[in-house]
Design a protein around this ligand. Structure first.
Ligand code: SF4
Length: 226
């Protein structure tokens, strides 16, 4: 069981909490999330291996204060309202008016991507921190290994809605134990660690073939119009 899945199992809520990492997979592809978190299929490629190494390095629990900022690594997080849980790479607690404000930082291999999976994962952490601390978490940052830069992510209404709807969509799949069929999308599928297992091109073709054969059979059975 992953660290994500272990956190908060005794929390109230509808069953085991959804790992925050599942939301990251779900925004990328709901089928990928279902294969990994429902069917427990996992395949590692170069991208996931590099990401895992970076993740392991940043997942050593520690807490220290530097220049007035409390920095906590490998911090367990949970949100009962959304029934999600996970572990933050780093949370900076910045002192301000009325107390400390949390600022989550997530480490990623590579560089900023066109999809919003990384932002959704970070926003899910912020929603957990808001529930846990009772204070607003207005922004966080993604640190990319390739560019070695932090990208500040504001948690605006659109990103919060996307994060919550993704959590709800995956919760429905989880409750039904259902894995959606594949849909081939070249850019997304070529970078997917499950490409060989999923075989979206072949499956989409055979599903289309089945539909066309069924349609032809139905037309034949109906006969030509008189
Ligand atoms: S190969 Fe494509 S359809 Fe299949 S799980 Fe990956 S992203 Fe989803």
């Amino acid at each position: 069981m992953s660290a994500d899945a272990r956190v908060g199992q005794s929390d109230e809520g509808d069953g085991d909490p959804i790992p925050i990492s599942a939301l990251q997979h779900a925004i990328y592809c709901l089928r990928q999330a279902a294969l990994i978190h429902i069917e427990r299929v996992w395949a590692e490629n170069r991208f996931t291996a590099e990401g895992r190494v970076l993740h392991d390095v940043t997942h050593e629990a520690d807490s220290r204060k530097e220049r007035g900022v409390r920095r906590v690594t490998a911090l367990p997080l949970a949100c009962r309202r959304l029934n999600i849980a996970g572990v933050a790479d780093l949370v900076e607690f910045r002192r301000g008016e009325g107390g400390e404000t949390a600022f989550p930082v997530e480490y990623k291999r590579g560089k900023p991507k066109r999809h919003r999976a990384d932002e959704v994962q970070l926003c899910a952490q912020a929603l957990c921190l808001e529930e846990m601390t009772g204070r607003a978490v207005p922004e966080g940052a993604l640190f990319y290994g390739e560019t070695k830069r932090r990208v500040v992510v504001p948690f605006d209404a659109e990103l919060r809605t996307l994060t919550e709807t993704t959590a709800l969509a995956f919760a429905v799949l989880l409750a039904e134990g259902r894995t959606p069929p594949p849909i081939w999308r070249a850019e997304r599928c070529r970078a997917c660690s499950l490409l060989e297992l999923c075989r979206p091109k072949a499956m989409t073709k055979s599903a289309l073939g089945f539909r066309n054969r069924a349609l032809a059979a139905a037309l034949d059975a109906g006969g030509a119009p008189g």
